[in-house]
Design a protein around this ligand. Sequence first.
Ligand code: UDP
Length: 260
Amino acid sequence: MNKGKKLYEGKAKIIYEGPENGTGIQHFKDDATAFNNQKKATVEGKGVLNNRISEHILNNLNQIGIETHLIKRLNMREQLITLCEIFPVEFIVRNIATGSLTKRLGIADGTILKRPLVEFSYKNDDLGDPVVSKEHILEFGWIDSAETLDWIIDKCLRINDFMQGMFRGVGIKLVDFKLEFGRANVKRKILLADEISPDTCRLWDVSSEKKLDKDRFRKDLGNIIQAYQEVARRLGIIHEETNISEVKFGKPKVVNIKKK
Ligand code: UDP
């Protein structure tokens, strides 16, 4: 499928114009970044795995009535999507306290939350994606109305319920994750956008609590690709017999590391 002009290049993905008005092509790169871009590396094969894992999850969500931007996967690294104007808000859903929540509020790492917690952060790299309240979102017009915001929060919780069950069924705890939503350029519907993958979720093995997500990169734990592959295998996306060399998964190659 012919790609149109590049519309946007982010840390892990590139969006091109798609073949028809209102469509785009989302390309998954192998680049990994953390700590607001201060740590960077190329992790060979990551884009291919995230493309497959995100396709699997978004297709499953679609089947339970969550409308997403994904139209179909095109190849190893690309998906055909509905182009959206992304709301400048990240929706973080947490089931277990870890990461920035523990640092910000001094909550013990691993604390099981009585109910899922939805947090909002303002998407702004210069400000380090600060946590904001519902009132900030409405006051500054990042999302048009309280009804829309509540509707999205409801979807976040529904997605969490579904994903928690899906991962639990394959021996993985869904600790937390990030979602992005946007309004379709042409039809103006609100759609779940971006990706859901081990780059955007924290996933711990149920019995060993081994991290199967981007924390392996953030915390220099090694075996990043192996962990992402493990997630894909458990979800039944790739099989034991998959010849890894065929899909060119190599060793992670660090190109530049600048720690805080
Ligand atoms: N997350 C993400 N993109 C971001 C920030 C967070 O995908 O820009 C995900 C992250 O992978 C984790 C969850 O959201 O699954 C919560 O992240 P947290 O706020 O703890 O931030 P971090 O510790 O990564 O700074």
